[in-house]
Design a protein around this ligand. Structure first.
Ligand SMILES: CC(C)(COP(=O)(O)OP(=O)(O)OC[C@H]1O[C@@H](n2cnc3c(N)ncnc32)[C@H](O)[C@@H]1OP(=O)(O)O)[C@@H](O)C(=O)NCCC(=O)NCCS
Length: 183
């Protein structure tokens, strides 16, 4: 599997050593849950999902770990999946699990690397992403990478006891993508 090098981050396959920490992020309400409902039920299921992901384009399992190049710290994970049974596009998702590593560009650089990689290696013309309308850092990240807001789904995501509206973002192969500093 590919390793994607950016100026400040490296996207690499997850190793067995990453699993406990990443599983911990998924289940920490302060880290991932404020805007999401997604969590794995058990550690064993999480490990199984990592193993089956390469053969399953719909898998929500993380496909890359985000490693900070300066000190080798694993600061997050991200993934992509076929989001719709008929429409032909991929959605991306992303988590910077170390709160102290947020706001320094790791998330947007990583998503930019992933988008470039997917347009190089997949035949899709569009890559999408969704985020809770209240998730301002996520929306800002997507706009920095070149995604455009295409609309809003009302009451599409249930978490924290109520339904939430969700912004839909997309970027097409021919859309401008901001240049990143070389690796
Ligand atoms: C969303 C997330 C991945 C962003 O990671 P990150 O490494 O901080 O992203 P970046 O530093 O590349 O960019 C974040 C941008 O959001 C901005 N931002 C942060 N908090 C903000 C707020 N409350 N309002 C508006 N913008 C905000 C930052 O200033 C930055 O923009 P800038 O570079 O123009 O200043 C991270 O916050 C996270 O993991 N959140 C929890 C999981 C999650 O929500 N994932 C996305 C699900 S859709």
């Amino acid at each position: 599997m590919a390793v994607l090098e950016g100026a400040n981050v490296r996207l690499r396959p997850l190793t067995p050593d990453d699993r406990e920490e990443v599983f911990g992020w998924y289940n920490d309400p302060e880290l991932v849950a404020p805007f999401d409902r997604y969590s794995q039920e058990t550690f064993e299921e999480f490990c199984r999902s990592l193993e089956s992901a390469p053969d399953d384009p719909t898998s929500l399992a993380p496909r890359f770990a985000i490693e900070r190049r300066a000190d080798g710290l694993t600061v997050g994970v991200l993934g992509h999946y076929r989001a719709h049974p008929v429409l032909e596009y991929l959605d991306v998702w992303y988590v910077v699990g170390h709160p102290a590593a947020r706001g320094q560009g790791a998330g947007s650089e990583s998503v930019g690397l992933l988008v470039d990689h997917l347009f190089r290696t997949e035949t899709v013309e569009r890559i999408g992403a969704t985020c809770d309308v209240a998730n301002l850092p996520s929306a800002r990240l997507l706009e920095k990478v070149g995604f455009r807001r295409e609309g809003t789904l009302r009451s599409a995501l249930f978490h924290h006891g109520r339904w939430h509206d969700v912004h839909v973002y997309g970027i097409t192969r021919s859309d401008p993508r901001p240049a990143r500093p070389p690796a």
